[in-house]
Ligand binder design. Sequence first.
Ligand SMILES: C[S@@+](CC[C@H](N)C(=O)[O-])C[C@H]1O[C@@H](n2cnc3c(N)ncnc32)[C@H](O)[C@@H]1O
Length: 191
Amino acid sequence: MPKFVECIHSSTTSQKMTYEVELRRSTRRSLAALEREHRQLIYRRLSADNDNECHVGVKMFPEKGRGVVALRDFEKGQFVLEYAGELINIARAKERERKYSLDPSTGCYMYYFNYNDLNYCIDATKQSNRPSRLVNHSRIQPNLQTKLITFQGQPRLILLARVKIKRGSELLFDYGDRSKSSIAAHPWLAQ
Ligand SMILES: C[S@@+](CC[C@H](N)C(=O)[O-])C[C@H]1O[C@@H](n2cnc3c(N)ncnc32)[C@H](O)[C@@H]1O
């Protein structure tokens, strides 16, 4: 049985992507000031622990189930959402994966990553009102990229616009699972 099944795995490629905030230069504010504002906005959103100001909505897609759509335009590089869930170490994550696999209806919404040479997981399996757990996958045309940041001494995973995103578009990021067995079991991973 492939490990992926319904799990999100970290995309090393997307994590390596350069963080480029393409904020439009204003004649009155420097790029540095705009970047500072953007950083402050991210910290406010991470402090809020909710997505009330994130301008996204949940929609059903025939072949994918629930997905997340943009309710406004986003510029390339702009913060869109936090991948919100419980931060756990790898041992606990493996234990939970085993437990979740016993009940296929549970689904599994786990994002694995390396931070300061240690492996962690953000487990978003538990139902919540945070829409990021419902963002679907695209390998070919993802419009979000993941980025790990440190906030109050803890790693937090944020989703930034990889390209300009038009209002109404489905939000997609690359789950990063390239294993042959996973793709054979879930051909959509190749798309
Ligand atoms: C993290 S969940 C995303 C939310 C999910 N659609 C839902 O309704 O709960 C991951 C699951 O969504 C589905 N999925 C994600 N991306 C997909 C895609 N591009 N095509 C088909 N199904 C997809 C798969 O069932 C996958 O296991």
